[in-house]
Design a protein around this ligand. Structure first.
Ligand code: SF4
Ligand code: SF4
Length: 360
C-alpha cells in the first residue's frame, strides 16, 4: 500500500465535493488558478491514485501547491485532512522522479546534514550554553538557530523577565524533521521521528519556540506512531502561564495587527496565549476580518517557498494586507515571509522584550 492509498477516501470526498471551500485556499487565491484549490489538488491526487491520469510534472506540481495551512479543513463539513493527504501524495513524486526541484534539493540537503540548512547545528547550540541554571530547556528550531539569533536572545530575555528563565537545550541541535514530512518522505520522516524520540528521552520537558516544530512534535509524530516521552509546550503558552510574574509596565503606545500562525492556531489550538501576551504589551491590537480557525496563511509552510517562491510571497503579501498595518506573529517563518513580501512585521518576542525592558 502506498501513502496515497491510505488517503483514498480523503481524495474521493474532495473530488465529489461542489468545492465548498473554494474561497479558502491561500495558494489558489494567490495564483487565481482553480487547479490549486483544495478541490483541484485533491481531485488530481484522486485521479492519479485511481490510475486515471499519470503522475506527470503537472500533477506533481499540483500536489506540492499546498502550504499545509489547514484553512480548507476549517471550512469542510467532513473536516477532510487535505494537507496530510497532499503531503503524503508527494511520496509518489519522489519515487517516480517528478518531485519539483525545490523539494528535491531540500531533501538532498536534509539527507546530508539532518536539517534543511546544510549547517552543523551542534556548534550553534553550544554557543548558547548557559552558565546559570534555567527552568525551561528551550528548543528554538533550526530556522531560528541558523537565521534568527536575535529571536533567541529576545526569548531568553523575556522568559527571564517573566520569572521563567529559558536556555537553549543541548538536544536543540536536532531538527524536528518537518521538511521530510512536508516533502512526502514518509519513511524517512518516521525514522527521523523515532530517532528524535530517543535523543529527546533525556529531557523531561521542552519549551518550543517555533510553532512548526511544536506542531510536528506534538501532532505529526503521533500520526506516524511516535509518541515522545518529553512534554512539549510552546514558549507562548509557558509565558502566558507566567504573565502574572511579568514586570508591571504600561503597554507600549503602539497599534499592531495579530497574525495567527497556522501551526500555532489551527495546528495546536493556541489562539489566546499569544493574544493575551500581546494585549499586555501594546495599547491596541487589531485583527484581520478572518482570524483564529479561519485566519489566513503567510505562505511559509509545506515547502511552498522552495517549490513556488513567487506564489509563497504573494500569499504573504495578501495576508499582511488582510491584517493591515504592522503585523505581529509568533512564528519565525511567518515573520520571514512578511519580510520577503516587503511588509512591516514583528516577532511577538521582540515586542515583549521592548515592553519588559521599557524604562517607563
Ligand atoms: S476540503 Fe472539504 S469542502 Fe474542501 S473540497 Fe474537500 S471535501 Fe470539499
Ligand atoms: S491546507 Fe491550506 S494550502 Fe493546502 S489546500 Fe488546504 S487551504 Fe490550500
Amino acid at each position: 500500500m502506498t501513502a496515497m492509498d491510505r488517503h483514498q477516501q480523503a481524495y474521493s470526498y474532495c473530488s465529489l465535493c461542489p468545492k465548498m471551500c473554494r474561497f479558502s485556499c491561500p495558494v489558489s487565491e494567490a495564483t487565481q488558478n482553480e487547479t490549486h484549490s483544495a478541490w483541484g489538488k485533491m481531485t488530481t491526487a484522486h485521479l492519479v491514485q485511481l490510475g486515471h491520469r499519470p503522475l506527470d510534472e503537472s500533477a506533481a506540481k499540483a500536489v506540492h501547491a499546498c502550504t499545509g495551512c489547514g484553512r480548507c479543513t476549517s471550512f469542510c463539513k467532513h473536516e477532510n485532512t487535505v494537507a496530510d493527504a497532499l503531503f503524503e501524495a508527494r511520496e509518489s513524486t519522489i519515487k517516480n522522479g517528478t518531485q519539483p526541484k525545490g523539494a528535491a534539493s531540500t531533501l538532498a540537503t536534509f539527507s546530508q546534514s539532518q536539517n534543511p540548512f546544510g549547517r552543523e547545528l551542534s556548534s550553534l547550540v553550544n554557543g548558547w550554553r548557559s552558565d546559570t541554571p534555567v527552568r525551561y530547556p528551550l528548543f528554538p528550531g533550526c530556522s531560528s538557530l541558523v537565521k534568527r539569533r536575535e529571536l533567541i536572545e529576545d526569548t531568553v530575555a523575556v522568559s527571564t523577565a517573566f520569572g521563567a528563565p529559558m536556555g537553549v537545550a543541548r538536544v536543540a541541535s536536532r531538527c524536528c524533521g518537518y521538511p521530510l514530512y512536508a516533502a512526502g518522505a514518509v519513511d524517512a520522516f518516521r525514522e527521523h521521528a523515532r530517532a528524535t524520540a530517543e535523543v529527546f528521552a533525556e529531557v523531561p520537558e521542552l519549551a518550543v519556540l517555533d510553532a512548526g516544530c511544536a506542531f510536528t512534535l506534538k501532532v505529526v509524530y503521533p500520526r506516524v506512531g511516535v509518541e515522545l516521552k518529553t512534554r512539549v509546550r510552546t514558549v507562548v503558552e509557558i509565558l502566558e502561564e507566567n504573565l502574572d510574574h511579568a514586570p508591571e509596565k504600561p503597554p507600549l503606545d503602539e497599534s499592531v495587527g495579530y497574525h495567527d500562525a497556522c501551526h500555532l492556531g489551527r495546528g495546536l489550538g493556541q489562539y489566546e496565549p499569544p493574544r493575551a501576551l500581546l494585549k499586555r504589551a501594546v495599547r491596541d491590537v487589531h485583527e484581520a476580518p478572518s482570524s483564529r480557525a479561519e485566519g489566513g496563511c503567510s505562505g511559509g509552510g509545506g515547502l511552498l517557498p522552495r517549490t513556488m517562491p513567487d506564489t509563497a510571497v504573494e500569499v504573504a503579501r495578501r495576508q499582511a494586507n488582510e491584517v493591515g498595518g504592522a503585523v505581529v506573529t509568533a512564528c519565525p517563518t511567518s515573520k520571514r515571509m512578511f519580510e520577503r513580501a516587503g511588509k512591516t512585521s514583528f516577532d511577538l518576542m521582540s515586542i515583549l522584550r521592548r515592553w519588559v525592558e521599557n524604562p517607563k
